[in-house]
Design a binder for this molecule. Structure first.
Ligand code: ZN
Ligand code: FE
Length: 255
C-alpha cells in the first residue's frame, strides 16, 4: 500500500492536504480554504477528488468547498456535532468512527476547544494526523468556543498517539509560535534548535508543516503544561495541568 500526501498552501497562511491511495486511486482533501490551488494540484497529479474531510466550520477551512463540489462531486465528511454550521455532509462522524480513503482506514477524534465540534482525522498506517486548528506546529488554536479544560483534554488525546505521527495542521504560524514558545521555555535545547530550523526554513519559503508529534511533545508549550520544568518556569509548581495550559494560552493571546 502506498500513500501520498501533498501539502498545499492556500490563502495567506493556510494549508490543505491531498491524501492519495495508490492502490485504489482514491484521493481525499483535508479542509478546503480555497478551490484553485487544489484543482491545480489535482490536475498536475492526474487525480480526481473523491472525498473532502472538514475539521471545523471556520470560513478559512470550508469556503473552497462549493467550487470543488461542483467540479468533482466528492463525498463530504464532517462532525455530526456541528451539522448546523458545516456545509451539507454526506457522512457525519463522531469520535471513534472509522473513515476511509480507498483502502486506508482512519479514525475520528473530537478535539473541541478552538470550536466545539472540531474534529481531527488519524490514519495510523499512513502515520498521518490531520488536526486543523486544534494541535498546530508549536501551537494550538485560540479558544473561540471551548474552555481551556476542554482543549487540554483534546490535546491530551492527540499527545498519546505514536511520536512518529506526522501532524498536518492548518496554518503556517510556526515562526511566531516559536518566538512565544521560547518565552515559556528559554532553556529548552530542543526548542532552541527547532526555532533555528524554522527560521532557516521560512527564509527559504519551506513549509514547517507537517511536523512530527515527537517534535511537538518536546517543544510545543501547549502540549507541555504537565511538564514540571514548565510549571516551575511559570511559578505554578502545584497547579493542575489544565490550569497551566490555560495560563499559557492566555499568555499567547496577549503576546
Ligand atoms: Zn479555525
Ligand atoms: Fe483556521
Amino acid at each position: 500500500m502506498t500513500t501520498e500526501i501533498l501539502t498545499i498552501p492556500c490563502l495567506a497562511d493556510n494549508y490543505t492536504f491531498l491524501m492519495h491511495d495508490d492502490t485504489t486511486g482514491t484521493t481525499a482533501l483535508f479542509d478546503a480554504p480555497e478551490p484553485f490551488p487544489v484543482t491545480r494540484a489535482l490536475e498536475e497529479q492526474g487525480w480526481k477528488l473523491d472525498k473532502v474531510f472538514l475539521t471545523h466550520h471556520h470560513w478559512d477551512h470550508i469556503d473552497g468547498l462549493p467550487e470543488l463540489r461542483d467540479e468533482y462531486r466528492p463525498q463530504v465528511i464532517g462532525a455530526k456535532a456541528d451539522i448546523g454550521r458545516l456545509p451539507a455532509l454526506d457522512q457525519s462522524v463522531t469520535e471513534g468512527d472509522t473513515v476511509t480513503v480507498g483502502n486506508i482506514e482512519g479514525t475520528v477524534f473530537d478535539v473541541s476547544g478552538h470550536t466545539n465540534g472540531h474534529v481531527a482525522f488519524y490514519f495510523p498506517d499512513a502515520k498521518a494526523l490531520f488536526t486543523g486548528d486544534s494541535l498546530m506546529a508549536l501551537g494550538c488554536g485560540r479558544l473561540f468556543e471551548g474552555d481551556a479544560e476542554t482543549m487540554w483534554s483534546s490535546l491530551s488525546k492527540l499527545a498519546a498517539l505514536p511520536p512518529d505521527t506526522l501532524v498536518y495542521s492548518g496554518h503556517e504560524y510556526t515562526a511566531a509560535n516559536a518566538k512565544f514558545a521560547l518565552t515559556i521555555e528559554p532553556d529548552n535545547a530542543a526548542l532552541q534548535a527547532r526555532a533555528r530550523d524554522i527560521t532557516e526554513k521560512r527564509a527559504k519559503g519551506i513549509a514547517t508543516v507537517p511536523s512530527t508529534l515527537g517534535e511537538e511533545l518536546a517543544t510545543n508549550p501547549f502540549l507541555r503544561a504537565s511538564v514540571p520544568q514548565v510549571k516551575a518556569n511559570l511559578g505554578m509548581e502545584n497547579a493542575p495541568d489544565a490550569l497551566v495550559f490555560a495560563k499559557i494560552r492566555q499568555m499567547k493571546d496577549n503576546f
